[in-house]
Design a protein around this ligand. Sequence first.
Ligand SMILES: Nc1nc2c(ncn2[C@@H]2O[C@H](COP(=O)(O)OP(=O)(O)OP(=O)(O)O)[C@@H](O)[C@H]2O)c(=O)[nH]1
Ligand SMILES: C[C@H](OP(=O)(O)O)C(=O)O
Length: 204
Amino acid sequence: MRVVVPFGGDSPKTRLAPFFDADERRDFALAMLRDVLDAVESTGNDPVVLTDRPVDVHVPTILDDRPLTDAVNDQLGGDDPIAVVMADLALATPASLTRLFEMEGDVVAAPGLGGGTNALVVRTPEFVVDYHGASIADHREIADDIGVSFVEIDSMRLAVDIDEPSDLVEILLHGRGRTREWLDELGVTLDTTDGRAEVVCHRR
Ligand SMILES: Nc1nc2c(ncn2[C@@H]2O[C@H](COP(=O)(O)OP(=O)(O)OP(=O)(O)O)[C@@H](O)[C@H]2O)c(=O)[nH]1
Ligand SMILES: C[C@H](OP(=O)(O)O)C(=O)O
């Protein structure tokens, strides 16, 4: 199955500005993208990066500088099943993605914490996406309106997308690969002294 991985390469991960400057955020986003591509390839499927600017990866890329929703909808609508997996799913593993790809349903979704849609498998040409806001609710409604089944996977690894500094905790607790190494090299560690674990950046 073709797996589209959207990547906003222009100024990615702005919500991590309290921790990382613009160059670091780009490096970090790229590390996550490469880990996600490796995980997708390990499932035996073919990733393609849908990006708004040229990006140095070892898989095919589609250059499209329209907003995310328009760019993804341009990839949907064919007869073959297609998956959309976000590039910031730092905890995604081959096993969690295989489980998603194998779930039955016209549309299978991985809800993100806070309301996003972290990944989709679309097996019907009528379905369209509408990202941002609580997009999982919008996608449920779109499927309902066109009368196709909408199934949601229960997966911690696919529910965590890395948006806010507090999400970095999950990488330090459960992550590996380039993304984890990048945080280690920058001196980002866990503070577990009180209540919920927090991240600390020793460099700043
Ligand atoms: N092709 C493409 N991908 C995008 C675009 N905006 C976001 N993405 C990707 O979509 C996924 C979800 O992105 P978000 O977390 O909403 O946005 P972000 O730009 O990574 O982060 P923020 O700046 O903090 O909102 C990530 O894989 C992004 O790389 C876009 O305009 N075009
Ligand atoms: C693209 C967007 O991502 P978020 O901003 O929720 O990370 C969404 O999933 O609708």
